[in-house]
Design a protein around this ligand. Structure first.
Ligand code: HEM
Length: 326
């Protein structure tokens, strides 16, 4: 197109001609996805992060204590069907499950509520998050992208980690499990429960398995590349897998907006209910393409907290979904 014609088009569309858009002027959600593509490469059809995963189904039954904390229909005590996707970290679709880079492993749960709506939880095996804002997460990813194995020391990533102590501290909390069923998953971001009386309580989720089994790094590295993805359907043929969903309750002084700061170990934990996974879906790789889990897809009785990561996550998950389903 000739330049004058382009200008007319710009004016006709009511746009302002500001020259090429700089990366730092893009919405943060797009900067985050673009930074992930720099670190992991572009893999059409796959998630920008947690690209490798497996889908299963089951149900959740809420406890009486949960119903006292939140009026969400999720906790009304009747069984709620769920779709669950377990995953490896990174946007690399063929990452070996035992690779250290596949930590933290993810668990995304979609609860199919009686009125036909859905609510999601998107949690992982980090006990707390390495950074507190979308901008810092972008910078962490860019530092990783600028630190190939042959980079001069200290690498950009080492420099970033040195100036953000929560980065090495958070990564030190993860290990490779022997099964997706033997891992504990954490919500990391805070949400707010609202009960029938209107009382508000900030919580962080924990999803506890019947037992946690972690492999040493050297044993993890010896496992077949798809050992976690293959093990789950095999295990489900022998019987269901159960988890206990718990809420860690905030008390005065616990930060709800900074997911790098764990709440005290002696915080009150309330059992919210039991999640039972009883079948693998027949065609997981087709099924997972259609699925979009959003941390901010909430139901009445559960609100977002002031943690800015929740909106950053919603925006970037939606963008990743639109890119993987063009
Ligand atoms: C600013 C921070 C974060 C960003 C930008 C981010 C970004 C992403 C993106 C783009 C995806 C792919 C979404 C899709 O295509 O459907 C994803 C998936 C995922 N993320 Fe995050 N994430 C963030 C923080 C977290 C946190 C705090 C957790 C857990 C506590 C988490 C757990 C997961 C899991 C489990 C998946 C896989 C979801 C699925 O199975 O569809 N992420 N993330």
């Amino acid at each position: 197109m000739r330049k004058d014609k382009l200008l007319i088009t710009v004016i006709a569309l009511g746009l302002t001609w500001a020259g090429p858009i700089r990366a730092e002027d893009q919405p943060i959600e797009q900067q985050l996805i673009d930074a992930m593509s720099k670190v992991f490469g572009i893999h059409p059809g796959f998630r920008a992060n947690h690209a490798k995963g497996i889908v299963a189904e089951g149900s959740f039954t809420g406890s009486r204590e949960a119903a006292g904390l939140s009026r969400a229909v999720l906790f009304n005590g009747s069984p709620i069907p769920v779709t669950v996707r377990f995953s490896d970290s990174t946007g690399i679709p063929n990452i070996p499950d035992g690779s250290g880079n596949a930590n933290p492993h993810g668990m995304a749960i979609k609860y199919h509520l009686p009125d036909g709506s859905e609510t999601d939880m998107v949690i992982n095996s980090l006990k707390f998050f390495p950074v507190a804002t979308g901008e810092d997460f972008r910078d962490l990813l860019l530092a990783l992208a600028a630190s190939p194995p042959d980079a001069a020391k200290p690498t950009k990533f080492e420099q970033f980690a040195a100036s953000h102590p929560s980065v090495p501290a958070a990564f030190a909390t993860v290990a490779t499990p022997d099964s997706f069923a033997d891992e504990e998953y954490y919500g990391v971001n805070a949400f707010v429960f609202v009960n029938k009386a209107g009382a508000r309580q900030a919580v962080r989720y924990q999803m506890a398995p019947e037992r946690v089994v972690h492999l040493s790094a050297s044993d993890a590295a010896k496992q077949p590349p798809n050992f976690l993805m293959d093990e789950l359907p095999d295990r489900l043929k022998r019987g269901p897998v159960t988890f206990h969903l718990r809420a860690q309750l905030a008390t005065a002084g616990d930060s709800t907006k900074d997911p790098t700061i764990p709440w005290p170990n002696d915080s009150k934990l309330v059992e919210l209910g039991v999640l039972t996974i009883d079948k693998a879906v027949p065609d997981s790789s087709e099924e997972e393409k259609k699925l979009l889990f959003l941390p901010g897809a909430l139901t009445e009785g559960i609100d977002k907290s002031d943690d800015p990561l929740i909106d950053n996550r919603d925006g970037s998950y939606a963008l990743s979904f639109s890119r993987r389903n063009p």
